[in-house]
Design a protein around this ligand. Structure first.
Ligand SMILES: Cc1ncc(COP(=O)(O)O)c(C=O)c1O
Length: 391
């Protein structure tokens, strides 16, 4: 593509490299697991940070109103949702916000619904906060498409059910939930007094013909029951700045959330992150459009490869840069599958089982890498399949 700088991060502290030994038992894997990219963070962000460093004091600062304004404008421009400034507050991490919201809107022993398979910290936050995890697994249709199971959800709601954790778009299955699906889910939660924590951190990685609908933009009723988590970390490959926002339209929920947030005292974050955040949402449009072109090309490459290797099932993700590979036709156990990817294919992917038992037999591949790196990874996988009689 030539549009981006791809960075060799093997001599940095990048998690994808430093944790190779621990996760895969070897250094000899091409790491394609943790959800960040090998693409340089946009120059507009790095320039803004460089400029800020010209000022010799990096002290306590509060986030500028213009930074929140830049995010509101971005969300309105890209997702047609008019957030009001007073709904927003700073958070250093989306996962930390999930934990905080769980404590704010439920008590120990209350039930929290999670739609499996899903990003593993969803489970951790429920368990570590001593709430009861209630699974509402996604349904997989014969086409490979995943959808909500609203009937199952209805049957699982009790007087103890206080929260539902929504992943939108969904990591790992790549669904961009459609408006009517979100309405059905949202209305059911409103009717039952369930607060929805909507993690929309992947909302800017959406492929053509799909539209991300912010849950809270659907109706006043749903908006009043929703806590939306947003951030520039995935969109602009700037997770290391540890900055995101919590968006709550209901003043009552906002007050409860902020009371809980004050207990952990993470203040207003770090000044260089504020600057990076504002620059991203103000100047990042052109870079972002290029990113989507690059990721679309990689998504096509995987699709073509899977057509030639029918034992690996692939339901094209509608959003996210994560490919959810269905390897069940290889008929391996989960441990064997993982070892096959590491030892035979030399690939460090996320094991499907880590997303819940519904992820058994799957592997998640992060395709936010250079085209050449992806091609090499797929070649390694082709050779491994052939060598082991799956060709
Ligand atoms: C769905 C989802 N939520 C949250 C995060 C992490 O957010 P943070 O680093 O801000 O805690 C990730 C990272 O992969 C993610 O996929």
């Amino acid at each position: 593509m030539g549009e981006f700088d791809f960075i060799d991060r093997s001599h940095s502290n990048a998690e994808k490299h430093t944790l190779k030994q621990k996760l895969f038992g070897t250094q000899e894997v091409l790491p394609m697991w943790v959800a960040d990219m090998d693409i340089a963070t946009p120059a507009c962000i790095l320039d803004a940070v460089r400029q800020r460093v010209e000022h010799p004091i990096i002290g306590y600062e509060i986030m500028a109103e213009s930074a929140y304004g830049a995010q509101c404008d971005w969300v309105n421009r890209h997702h047609r949702w008019r957030m009001e400034r007073e709904w927003l507050s700073y958070s250093p991490s989306v996962v930390a916000s999930i934990g905080c919201a769980i404590r704010a809107f439920s008590d120990e022993g209350d039930e929290v619904i999670v739609q499996s398979p899903v990003y593993p910290p969803f489970y951790d936050m429920v368990r570590k906060n001593n709430r009861k995890l209630v699974l509402n697994p996604l349904i997989q249709e014969d086409s490979g498409n995943y959808r909500f199971d609203v009937e199952d959800l209805k049957s699982k709601i009790t007087s103890k059910t206080k929260l539902l954790l929504l992943c939108s778009p969904h990591n790992p299955v790549g669904r961009v939930w459609a408006r009517d699906e979100l309405i059905a889910l949202g209305e059911l939660c409103v009717q039952n007094g369930i607060v929805i924590i909507s993690d929309e951190v992947h909302c800017d990685i959406i492929f053509p013909e799909n539209t991300h609908v912010p849950l809270a933009s659907i109706s006043q009723g749903i908006s009043e029951s929703t806590v939306t988590l947003l951030g520039p970390g995935k969109t602009f490959n700037m997770a290391g700045f540890s900055i995101s926002t919590v968006v709550i339209a209901s003043s009552q929920l906002r007050e409860r959330y902020r009371k809980e947030q004050h207990k952990v005292h993470y203040g207003d974050g770090a000044v260089l992150s504020h600057v990076a955040f504002e620059a991203a949402y103000t100047h990042g449009d052109v870079w972002h459009a290029g990113l989507l072109r690059h990721l679309s090309a990689n998504r096509e490459m995987i699709e073509k490869w899977c057509r030639l290797h029918p034992l690996i099932g692939f339901y094209k993700p509608q959003g996210t840069y994560l490919a959810w590979l269905d390897c069940r036709a290889l008929k391996m156990g989960d441990r064997e599958l993982r070892e096959f990817f590491v030892k035979e294919a030399g690939l460090g992917l996320s094991a499907g089982l880590s997303f819940g038992k519904e992820g058994s037999g799957h592997m998640r591949l992060n395709f936010a890498v250079a085209n050449d790196v992806l091609r090499k990874a797929l070649e390694q996988l082709s050779h491994a399949l052939e060598r082991n009689g799956y060709g």
